[in-house]
Design a binder for this molecule. Structure first.
Ligand SMILES: Cc1cc2nc3c(=O)[nH]c(=O)nc-3n(C[C@H](O)[C@H](O)[C@H](O)COP(=O)(O)OP(=O)(O)OC[C@H]3O[C@@H](n4cnc5c(N)ncnc54)[C@H](O)[C@@H]3O)c2cc1C
Length: 373
């Protein structure tokens, strides 16, 4: 069996590279398992190739026995309440992509202003925990990470003083994993309050030079965000168990310099809406509609593999990559190209970092061109 893995980016590994938090290297190292796959003769990587633009799904179906869509859920789920366009609101996915050195992060399109002293996060799942931890962490906490230090400086995360997290659900049904919350509480100089009660695990000593208050507020949902000068005004209401209380009861008002939404992810449809396409197998976030963690996606992948094997037994035997080569963009990349970028990023890292990512595609293209000389 031969497998081709296409990706829009010149580099493989999707959100493992540009989503999973840069201080969670244990998780990021899962990519080593894939390195072994790509080293075999049976699996080929073709990067810098957009399915739906450079190559149509029809061309893929004409040349492969089975086509699998694993395009993820790339877009932050947007707020559905009125938001003043002047309010500074970022999606958690885009913010984490920025801190992860992603050249395509929306925040990289122009130099973003400092996040300010007051940040409010809408959502309390694990992605919200990642954002909270990365913003509260002092420099020391990034040892052996591959965080984009320039991005931290631009956002001036060192200036954060107060972080508020809004949870739609009640305190006894939190969305975060216990280990993720414990990691936030353990950060030096960070005091975590749950509905105003100091969490016992908070490490109040500010030896780190940080002194940040984190307030988690339960059963509270936003009803609108207004802009007021450089700040945003977030109007919220109490959320009851049976649905949002529509009587306007218990309205709260928060002020923040920056608002971050962490409410899940939805599918990118810029290159085609492939819903209902019978011939393709969908897997991962784009198959389930929910961006689960790696373990959950591994289970989905096993089911998909069984489905693929069943389809292969009836397949006429297509020619695969050789059939689509004429359509590949001239700048499409291979796994060896990625290996050159990988080495260069590791080589140029500061001594206390594991890598320093290139944050422009042109820089990666230069490294790849140099590696071929
Ligand atoms: C901020 C964040 C932090 C996370 N942290 C953790 C964690 O700590 N632990 C954990 O277990 N899980 C974590 N996850 C979840 C984990 O990232 C997902 O489970 C996993 O990445 C989903 O894999 P996927 O293949 O569905 O999507 P992705 O990883 O998004 O991969 C999709 C790939 O498809 C490519 N693509 C999209 N459209 C096209 C197209 N038209 N043509 C060609 N290629 C295309 C993309 O470039 C991308 O490389 C995190 C997720 C996020 C967003």
């Amino acid at each position: 069996m031969r497998i081709t893995v296409f990706d829009t980016r010149p580099t493989p590994f999707g959100l493992l590279r540009y989503g999973v938090a840069p201080d969670h290297q244990g998780m990021k190292n899962v990519s080593r398992q894939f390195d072994r796959l790509f080293a075999s003769d049976h699996v080929e990587f073709v990067g810098n190739t957009i399915i739906g633009q450079d190559l149509s799904l029809d061309v893929l179906e004409e040349n492969y026995d089975v086509v699998v869509l694993a395009t993820g859920l790339a877009v932050d789920r947007p707020l559905t309440v009125p938001v003043d366009p002047d309010a500074r609101v970022y999606g958690a996915g885009q913010l984490l992509r920025y801190l992860n050195g992603d050249p395509d992060s929306i925040l990289r399109q122009s130099t973003p202003p400092s996040l300010g002293e007051e940040v409010l996060i809408i959502g309390t799942g694990n992605v919200a925990m990642d954002v909270a931890r990365l913003l509260c962490k002092a420099d020391d906490g990034f040892r052996n990470s591959d965080v984009d230090d320039d991005a931290r400086d631009v956002l001036h995360t060192a200036g954060l003083r107060h972080l508020t997290l809004l949870s739609r659900g009640p305190r006894d049904r939190v969305r975060w994993d216990g280990s993720m919350f414990a990691e936030l509480c353990a950060l030096p100089g960070v005091a975590v309050y749950l509905d105003g009660d100091l969490e016992d695990r908070s490490t109040l000593s500010a030896e780190s030079g940080r002194d940040i208050r984190v307030d988690v507020r339960f059963r509270e949902i936003p009803v609108g965000i207004d802009a007021d000068g450089h700040q945003s005004v977030i109007r919220t209401r109490f959320h009851d168990e049976l649905g949002a209380a529509d009587d306007g009861s218990e309205a709260f008002v928060h002020r923040a310099d920056t608002v971050v939404t962490a409410m899940g992810f939805v599918e990118e449809t810029a290159y085609g809406d492939w819903a209902g396409r019978e011939g393709v197998v969908r897997v991962g976030g784009c198959g389930s509609g929910f961006l689960g963690n790696l373990a959950e996606n591994r289970t989905l992948a096993k089911d998909a593999a069984r489905n693929i094997l069943a389809r292969l037994s009836n397949s006429p035997g297509h020619i695969g990559l050789d059939g689509v080569r004429p359509y590949l963009p001239p700048a499409s990349t291979t796994f060896s190209d990625w290996a050159a970028v990988d080495r260069a990023e590791v080589d140029r890292a500061r001594p206390d970092r594991v890598r320093r990512k290139f944050t422009a595609w042109a820089e990666m293209a230069d490294v790849i061109a140099e590696s071929k000389k």
